[in-house]
Design a protein around this ligand. Structure first.
Ligand SMILES: O=C(O)CCC(=O)C(=O)O
Length: 289
């Protein structure tokens, strides 16, 4: 029986599924965590098939003035033109499933509190061999990080679902571990990856894994050196009442989504009476109306 008082401004309740104590320790310590084997083989295959079917478009350059992050060829990273959630069926299905995935929902519950929402995305980062990296950055104005009364408080939080392996030396997503709690600004040369490279951690993970990090943690993209194409799908979430991107609209495919997926997309940002797992997502009907 769900406690009728569960739907209060104190959003985490006993019914809420959270990430494990070990994961919470690691995320609080490092500012990121890798959750292994989140996507099934079918989800992975279908998501890659969807990307194969799309005409990828060039993204802007993100390496700034950095000579170390500039790649060997002129190609920059690629992204998608259309909305992955709105692709024809069945190609949209893995992306809709990632939106509120049971393998990462516990992590969002702990990091952002129940009532978290998609802030923007999903977006694709695709990189071919020789592609430039991207400047390191820590978005502390939007995503402060602190821990109080047994809870994490932060803002924009990223889940990257890897559709291709990111192995040692390949490049790709990288972080300055622990920097979400840094008190001082990161030196410019480090943001450019021109100095202190030994303190920048290249995250290695397999296709199907999810890399979760707080935007408060300084992170960026190392130039891609592997023969295969890098493919990462990025979902950016926020606490129920916070927003980085503009609030979305009820999408045309709303009725095809599950309640957890609808709750993840629910605009506008607000805190109280937000439909949550612990109150059976009560309130979604009013939103639709
Ligand atoms: O995955 C990456 O290459 C970095 C993504 C990034 O910089 C961001 O999400 O702000």
């Amino acid at each position: 029986m769900i406690d009728p008082q569960a739907n209060t401004s104190r959003s985490i309740t006993e019914e809420t599924v959270e990430m494990s104590t070990d994961e919470k320790y690691l995320f609080d310590l490092l500012g990121f965590i890798v959750v292994r084997d989140v996507l099934s083989r079918q989800q992975l295959e279908l998501a890659n098939k969807a990307i194969d079917s799309m005409e990828l478009t060039q993204s802007p350059e993100y390496f700034g003035e950095s000579s170390a992050l500039k790649g060997e060829n002129s190609s920059t990273r690629l992204g998608q033109n259309g909305n992955l959630l709105a692709l024809p069926k069945p190609l949209c299905e893995p992306f809709r499933e990632m939106l509120a995935h049971p393998g990462t929902t516990p992590h969002l519950n702990t990091i952002l509190g129940e009532g978290w929402r998609l802030d923007h995305g999903p977006g694709l980062i695709a990189m071919d061999k020789g592609c430039s990296g991207g400047m390191l950055h820590g978005n502390f104005d939007n995503a402060p990080y602190f821990y109080r009364e047994g809870r994490i408080f932060t803002g924009l939080c990223v889940i990257e679902y890897l559709l291709a392996d990111e192995g040692p030396g390949d490049g790709g997503i990288s972080v300055v571990a622990g920097s979400h709690k840094a008190n001082l600004a990161c030196p410019e040369k480090m943001l450019k990856w021109e100095q202190y490279q030994e303190y920048v951690t290249e995250i290695n993970a397999k296709a199907g894994d999810a890399v979760i990090f707080s935007e408060a943690c300084t992170h960026g993209t190392l130039p891609w050196t592997a023969d295969h194409q890098r493919r990462a799908i990025l979902y950016k979430y926020n606490a129920g009442h916070m927003s980085w991107g503009a609030a979305g609209q009820i999408p045309p495919y709303w009725d095809e989504l599950t309640k957890p997926q609808q709750a993840a997309l629910l605009p506008p940002t607000h805190h109280s009476r937000r439909p949550k797992a612990s109150n059976g997502f009560k309130g979604l009907a009013e939103v639709k109306a």
